[in-house]
Write a protein that binds this ligand. Structure first.
Ligand code: PDD
Length: 287
């Protein structure tokens, strides 16, 4: 079946789904995006992602392209038209199309909106999670507003490629203090040598992951000891468990960091349990 994308008011086959060459997303990475996971054709963690999308737009002073209700319908319709039952839906909103010039375009320039959806069976992720994945570390060379989900992802792309070239699934980015910030497209977690679950605090320069927030709520309801406190690469390598969270990977156990085995080299019980809890909840609450 051919895929269909929403582009500025129209649903089009991918081959004909195009934006203008002077779209500011293309020229300046002047845009934001959001990703929802899809279960049974429904969007998970819906409000969290929608609220973050609006926050990203506000922070960059990009006009809200349409009402929340209209946007919800477009997201759901794109999923439906692509017959995605398990997968991802992606939205990108840019500051629109205008002659290339760095300042904002004239007031009233409509933002560009594109939405795509694709299948990604949960069973594929489950197979990776059952074995656990490899992580490598990489310097964090990003800007100071990583809390905004912008399409300016070049440092993330380079980090993920470095991971891929080393046979790893993810790169954990490391700041100048030797502390892990987050993954190239995920949030990083460990169960440290003392058994404390840790993830970097969301006030620092990281993306405030929606899956991270959902998992933190589960951690609290399970009564696990946790701290939102940064950890070093050394602490991660000595941890009992390591894992990462995102809309595309849910909760993914990491079994090595830079080739160093974590714990006994198998997915740990905390990560495995949190994955199960998260998937159950996300499925149940999807809309
Ligand atoms: N990535 N950190 C970064 C840098 C990310 O790009 C993402 C999401 C996350 C996890 O956030 P969430 O739990 O809200 O998905 C953390 C998406 C999935 C992507 O770029 O495809």
């Amino acid at each position: 079946m051919s895929r269909v994308a929403y582009v500025n008011g129209q649903y089009r086959p991918h081959g004909q789904a195009t934006v203008h060459i002077e779209d500011r997303g293309f020229q300046f990475a002047d845009g934001v995006y959001e990703v929802w996971s899809v279960f049974d054709g429904r969007l998970a963690d819906f409000d969290g992602h929608m609220t973050r999308l609006h926050r990203s737009l506000d922070e960059l002073r990009i006009d809200i392209p349409m009402s929340r209700e209209a946007l919800t319908r477009v997201l759901q319709e794109t999923v439906r038209r692509n017959r995605v039952t398990e997968g991802l839906v992606y939205i990108q909103v840019t500051r629109g199309t205008a002659r290339r010039d760095h300042p904002f375009p004239p007031e009233g320039t409509p933002p560009s909106v594109i939405v795509t959806a694709r299948s990604l069976p949960v069973s594929k992720g489950n197979a990776a999670a059952a074995k656990g994945v490899a992580v490598v570390t990489h310097p964090d060379i990003r800007w100071g507003r990583c809390d905004i989900k912008t399409v300016g992802l070049l440092p993330n792309v380079l980090a993920k490629q470095a991971a891929k070239e080393k046979g790893a699934a993810e790169a954990w980015m490391v700041d100048e203090m030797g502390l892990v910030t987050e993954g190239s497209s995920t949030n990083a977690w460990i169960v440290d040598a003392d058994g404390v679950l840790r993830t970097r605090d969301s006030q620092s320069n990281i993306l405030r992951g929606i899956t991270r927030a959902a998992v933190l709520a589960l951690v609290e309801s399970e009564g696990l000891t946790f701290e939102e406190r940064a950890f070093s690469v050394d602490e991660a390598k000595q941890a009992r468990e390591a894992f990462y969270t995102s809309a595309s990977g849910y909760v993914m156990p990491a079994v090595s960091i830079d080739g160093v085995k974590i714990g006994d080299g198998k997915p740990g019980p905390v990560a495995t349990r949190l994955r199960e809890l998260y998937l159950n909840q996300a499925r149940r609450d999807a809309i």
